[in-house]
Design a protein around this ligand. Structure first.
Ligand code: PEP
Length: 251
């Protein structure tokens, strides 16, 4: 499987800014993207229709959504359905990003419903998991990861494959803080996630990609991406500028 180099633009950029950044990014990557790397950009919903066509013109690049509501259609004011994302050219979607869990109050059960529904609708899903600093200090990293993986993947046995599911390990204390997890912390967490994936998805778990996220920058990406069980990265702040994200993609 290709390494998945994913950008999360969070709630930044106007449509014009997003389109300009996407165009600059594909320009920087044109003819340089290694055959073993895949690029994904997850912008706000507002600019998906502008950004997705720019990315899809470059082989190995695509657009994804940061969130959606797990229903086909209906009276869900303010929400977006997977079908509507596919209609805009979205290939992927995130579920369970720490900002949705901890700022917007999403629980494991809703995250699990999103993963199941998204896969069923034809989106490739990235399930985000990770512990808070309090949980790490209390020695609960594995307990938290186990719970988030068990609940997040509860309904996907038989549907999830190495091609349509990825897991992003994103320690909450490393997101947007500049405090990247160290190699030993990443290795230990990813090994545990791999073990759980194999237990939960016996035929596919060994090859489902595991991404690391949390203060990935051009100067640390090269080390992180070469660690065991690191099959990609999920990048927030450093993905907002095409130059810095392209350096991470090519690290
Ligand atoms: C993220 O938003 O998923 C993230 C990892 O952010 P940052 O790279 O800014 O820590």
């Amino acid at each position: 499987m290709k390494k998945l180099m994913a950008a999360n633009w969070k709630m930044y950029k106007t449509v014009a800014e997003g389109a300009a950044t996407a165009a600059e990014l594909v320009g920087l990557l044109d003819g340089r993207l290694p055959a073993d790397r895949e690029v994904l950009v997850c912008p706000s919903f507002t600019m998906l229709s502008a950004v997705a066509p720019i990315l899809s013109k470059t082989p190995g690049c695509s657009a994804g959504a940061q969130n959606f509501y797990p229903a086909g259609q209906g009276a869900f004011t303010g929400e977006i359905a997977p079908e509507q994302l596919l209609d805009l050219g979205c290939a992927y979607a995130l579920a369970g990003h720490s900002e949705r869990r901890h700022v917007l109050g999403e629980g494991d059960e809703l995250v699990g419903r999103k993963v199941t529904f998204g896969l069923g609708a034809g989106l490739r899903m990235i399930l985000c998991v990770g512990e808070t600093i309090e949980e790490r200090r209390a020695g609960q990293v594995e307990t938290v990861l186990a719970r988030q993986l068990e609940k997040g993947l509860e309904g996907v046995l038989g549907t999830a494959t190495a091609g349509n599911l990825a897991v992003a390990y994103e320690p909450v204390w490393a997101i947007g803080t500049g405090e990247v997890a160290g190699p030993a912390e990443i290795l230990a967490a990813h090994a545990f996630v791999r073990e759980k994936l194999v237990a939960l998805l016996p035929t596919e778990g060994a090859s489902v990609r595991i991404l690391y996220g949390g203060s990935v920058k051009p100067d640390n990406a090269g080390i992180i991406i070469r660690l065991d069980n690191v099959d990609g990265v999920l990048v927030g702040g450093a993905s907002l500028k095409a130059d810095s994200f392209s350096q991470i993609v090519l690290a």
